[in-house]
Ligand binder design. Structure first.
Ligand code: AOF
Length: 155
């Protein structure tokens, strides 16, 4: 049946689902650049800014959603090179999270060669948008990290 085949080749999630270990909102902490980060989202949002004090405020946010809100503030200027580097920061944090939590790495590796899609309806960059034609940058990033983890296992 077509439906079943589709199920086998597609792995879906949404970036802001704290209950999914692969989401950036998952509360799986890790250490990076000399600090403890409560989630990938905290790190990603903090890295938007040069202002160390504001970064620290984001790092200490109670919930990934609060970190995201602070990251969207128009009162604080984002780094000029942010758009160019945003995917790199999301990738770095996700990779370090997976290296710090064996169960997260395993979950990603268990997805095999399935296409990973972020189904976020309102996000045409990280997600797939309402019409599923979005960039799916979050899903692509996860597939890249999966590839890297797999290569490291082969060594
Ligand atoms: N980071 C990014 C975009 N982010 C866009 O801005 C929204 C909020 O961004 P964020 O806080 O980064 O998740 C996000 O939902 C997405 O639509 N867009 C792009 O073309 N290229 C990027 O590199």
């Amino acid at each position: 049946m077509l439906f079943n085949e589709k199920e086998k080749t597609l792995f879906t999630l949404t970036r802001d689902d704290p209950s999914n270990p692969l989401a950036s909102y998952a509360k799986s902490g890790f250490e990076l650049d000399g600090y403890e980060w409560p989630s990938v989202e905290h790190y990603y949002q903090a890295m938007k800014f040069d202002d160390a004090e504001y970064r620290e405020q984001i790092r200490l946010a109670a919930h990934p959603a609060d970190a995201a809100k602070l990251g969207k503030s128009r009162r604080h200027q984002k780094r000029k090179d942010w758009k160019k580097n945003s995917v790199t920061y999301m990738t770095r944090a996700t990779y370090i999270k997976a290296r710090s939590h064996a169960d997260v790495a395993q979950m990603l590796l268990n997805s095999g060669d399935m296409e990973i899609k972020d189904l976020s309806q309102y996000d045409y960059f990280w997600g797939s948008g309402r019409d599923l034609r979005g960039e799916n940058a979050f899903g692509k990033m996860l597939m890249g990290v999966r590839q890297k983890l797999r290569k490291e296992l082969e060594k």
